[in-house]
Write a protein that binds this ligand. Structure first.
Ligand code: ZN
Ligand code: ZN
Length: 416
């Protein structure tokens, strides 16, 4: 696609490429970059490659996926295909990260592209993919290298988010929402990101000072106490990777987040937004936790998908992330359901089932055993779902049960 065919200002893509390289990745001179992207994101991918080389990148290696080819597999591949995954590719990626290659994902595909495919096949393929991808995922979850995810307004995605609009208008609307949330509509996006990172830092520093033992959530359908892992550390905004590079792993981002205790979650919890997972929409999730584990789960739609998801492995019924996002965040105020975690998780406070980030500890270098002993969860999955709204109150609890308001009606209880 050439620039003239884009239904939005291509200057915004130049700025987004700049933000991706300078803020998202903070790519270092001489560093290699591995980029995965959907074919449809080419106008942005090409700009990012150019910006990366201008920043001194040694080698940019792109890996593209195509929606039609993904769907073709579900329609024509033999049954054994759905337990297969290219392990050799992930091992190669892991090797690249060992050599300090930075990692970027550009998301622009239709998150619901597999909606009409057999959920059992989708789940099998997802599981096989997660197992095979483990060596390539670990350097990401442990922040061994600088990495980032950015978004591009693909047509299939835009049609899903704005059904009923003409294609051009749907893409233009999605583009506008992405550019707004990614802070590239301001004349100096890099400065805007510095300011935003400072505000997130103030929030996470307050939470780290308070050093809560647990959080208590109350709201419609929710009365939930979540213990925090021993030695947990709140993160948010920019993050220092183990290779010493400060990066912004998500563009956009509005969350401060940490690791909950995998054995300490009790009570009822109701999702406040639908969850789009591997092409299925899961609505009105309601779960009950006991001793950190989901013991009852239902959903008004996609319940079978949700039940399969939490049966992936032992850790899939436990939590690996807790994140706070004010209801007034720009993505929340846009009122748009993006069907894409990168955006939807930044519209509301959320938790994630599955794998924790070992980086969210005061000692990020501890062994897997000591991580588990501190309450860090491990699983093949990491799936965020939204539990925040303007009807949720959150208190912080200290070890004696004393309460400090953290959020009221979905907003921070204190201004900093
Ligand atoms: Zn999150
Ligand atoms: Zn997450």
């Amino acid at each position: 696609m050439n620039d003239a065919a884009l239904p939005f200002d291509p200057e915004m893509l130049d700025r987004l490429a700049e933000v991706t390289v300078r803020v998202g990745l903070n790519l270092q001179p001489g560093q290699d970059l591995l980029m995965t992207a959907d074919l449809e994101t080419l106008p942005l991918a090409r700009r990012i490659a150019a910006a990366a080389y201008k920043a001194g990148a040694r080698l940019v290696t792109p890996l593209f996926a195509d929606e039609d080819m993904i769907v073709a597999r579900y329609e024509h591949a033999p049954d054994e295909s759905f337990d297969a995954a290219p392990g050799w590719l992930y091992e190669g990626m892991a090797k690249a990260f060992e050599g300090n290659t930075a990692r970027l994902a550009i998301k622009g595909d239709n998150p619901m592209m597999l909606a009409s495919q057999d959920p059992a096949k989708v789940a099998r393929a997802g599981k096989a993919g997660s197992i095979a991808a483990k060596p390539a995922m670990e350097p990401i979850t442990t922040f061994a290298i600088n990495w980032s995810i950015v978004a591009y307004p693909g047509l299939g995605w835009a049609r899903q988010v704005f059904p009923g609009l003409p294609d051009e208008e749907a893409v233009a609307r999605l583009a506008d929402a992405i550019f707004e949330a990614s802070r590239v509509k301001t004349p100096d996006p890099v400065a805007a990101w510095a300011e935003h990172n400072a505000a997130l830092r103030a929030r996470r520093e307050w939470l780290n000072e308070m050093c809560f033992d647990a959080l208590h959530y109350t709201g419609p359908g929710t009365d939930f106490t979540l213990g925090l892992a021993q030695g947990h550390e709140w993160k948010g905004g920019s993050s220092v990777s183990k290779n010493g590079v400060t990066c912004n792993p998500n563009i956009p981002t509005e969350e401060v987040f940490t690791t909950p205790h995998a054995q300490r979650a009790d009570g009822t919890l109701r999702a406040t937004k639908p969850l789009a997972h591997q092409g299925s929409l899961i609505e009105d999730i309601e779960v009950r936790f006991e001793g950190g584990k989901i013991v009852e789960a239902r959903a008004s739609r996609g319940e079978d998908v949700f039940l399969k998801l939490i049966d992936t492995d032992e850790g899939a019924r436990r939590l690996g992330e807790v994140a706070l996002v004010p209801h007034g965040s720009p993505i929340s105020q846009s009122g748009v359901l993006f069907y894409n975690t990168l955006f939807d998780e930044n519209a509301a406070s959320h938790v994630a089932l599955g794998q924790c980030y070992s980086d969210c500890f005061t000692d990020p270098g501890q062994s897997a055993e000591s991580l588990a002993a501190a309450g860090g969860n491990s699983s093949l999955i990491h799936v965020d779902w939204m539990i925040g709204s303007n009807r949720i109150d959150i208190d912080g609890l200290d070890a004696d049960g004393n309460r400090t308001p953290v959020m009221r009606a979905g907003e921070w209880a204190h201004s900093l």
